[in-house]
Design a binder for this molecule. Structure first.
Ligand code: C5P
Length: 291
């Protein structure tokens, strides 16, 4: 039976401004999204026994609350796709501000279209993605993008490279709803993303990227979870160029020039029970392989 696998890449928010509350309960944001080398692997095959989901690596619930399950349900309902069996090999920390569940859902949409040769335009997949969550449209496409609205209105930004990120994730989860409920709107309303000079960043001048490293959700999350502030301070003390919480947290990302530099800082971050990943920016979203 045909089986495909998809690399579902995580994202970080290099910066995130919350510009207002919306009548639909969401918030208008302006964010700089970046996909990173950390990924889950999602295996898909047709199933005669209805939608199924199992998990290897980090464990997550396998039922309808899982965004990958919701993506498979949408494909059957909206595009008459056959049922599929999903196996997630999870490496992206869960509830961590890295879009792991959203990336898995994007992978099921993209992979399901390839597996069953579904007639669905990219625009249709993007609209299904938004039904699942605000970050899913970006994770279908990936790369570097400015996201406005709920984060689903995407404008490409010249690809960023020439830096690495140290991801430090404390051992608890933050619900996006809670992070947004405590937001201080408009703290970072200076649109620093527009000042990014991609070619200077590629050549190692990280100054304009440093100015993007601000997140309006961070003060509210730090007030509730002071350990997030401690993680940020530990990264700054270790010598990163800049540090900011990603999305709704609790992962804090630290900006460094190279993986060698990141590795040299590791001894200063140990002993707290934090998960640490060294990642680089990548220029794609989920990638279907073995179709
Ligand atoms: O879209 P998603 O399901 O990921 O959002 C989870 C929660 O985060 C929403 O229910 C909402 O409370 C909050 N949110 C928001 N504004 C956004 C994105 C998410 O208020 N732009």
């Amino acid at each position: 039976m045909r089986r495909i696998h998809i690399e579902a890449h995580a994202k970080v928010n290099l910066g995130l401004s919350v510009t207002g509350a919306r009548p639909d309960g969401y918030h208008d944001i302006e964010t700089l999204f970046q996909t990173i080398s950390l990924s889950d692997t999602v295996f898909l095959e047709a199933s005669k026994a209805g939608i199924g989901l199992s998990c290897e690596g980090i464990q997550v619930p396998g039922g309808p609350s899982n965004l990958a399950w919701q993506a498979a349900t949408l494909l059957t309902r909206e595009l008459a796709a056959p049922a599929m069996s999903i196996t997630l090999f999870k490496r992206i920390p869960v509830g961590a501000g890295l879009g792991g569940g959203s990336a898995d859902a994007a992978a099921v949409l993209m992979g399901g279209r390839a597996l069953f040769d579904l007639e669905a335009s990219d625009t249709k997949l993007m609209s299904l993605a938004l039904e699942i969550g605000s970050d899913v449209p970006f994770l279908l496409r990936g790369g570097t993008a400015r996201g406005v609205g709920r984060g689903e209105i995407l404008e490409p930004v010249a690809p960023l490279s020439g830096f690495c990120l140290l991801l430090v994730t404390p051992a608890f989860k933050v619900r996006a709803e809670d992070a947004y409920a405590r937001v201080r709107i408009g703290l970072t309303r200076d649109a620093s993303y527009t000042k990014l000079n991609s070619s200077a960043i590629r050549e190692g001048e990280l100054g304009s990227l440093v100015t993007a490293f601000r997140n309006d959700l961070e003060p509210g999350v730090v007030a509730c979870y002071p350990e997030v502030g401690a993680v940020k301070q530990a990264l700054l003390d270790a010598g990163v160029q800049a540090a900011v919480m990603s999305g709704s947290g609790p992962t804090v990302i630290g900006l460094v020039r190279s993986s060698e530099e990141a590795t040299s800082l590791l001894p200063r971050l140990g002993g707290h029970g934090w998960q640490i990943h060294i990642v680089e920016p990548i220029d794609s979203g989920c990638r279907v392989e073995g179709a």
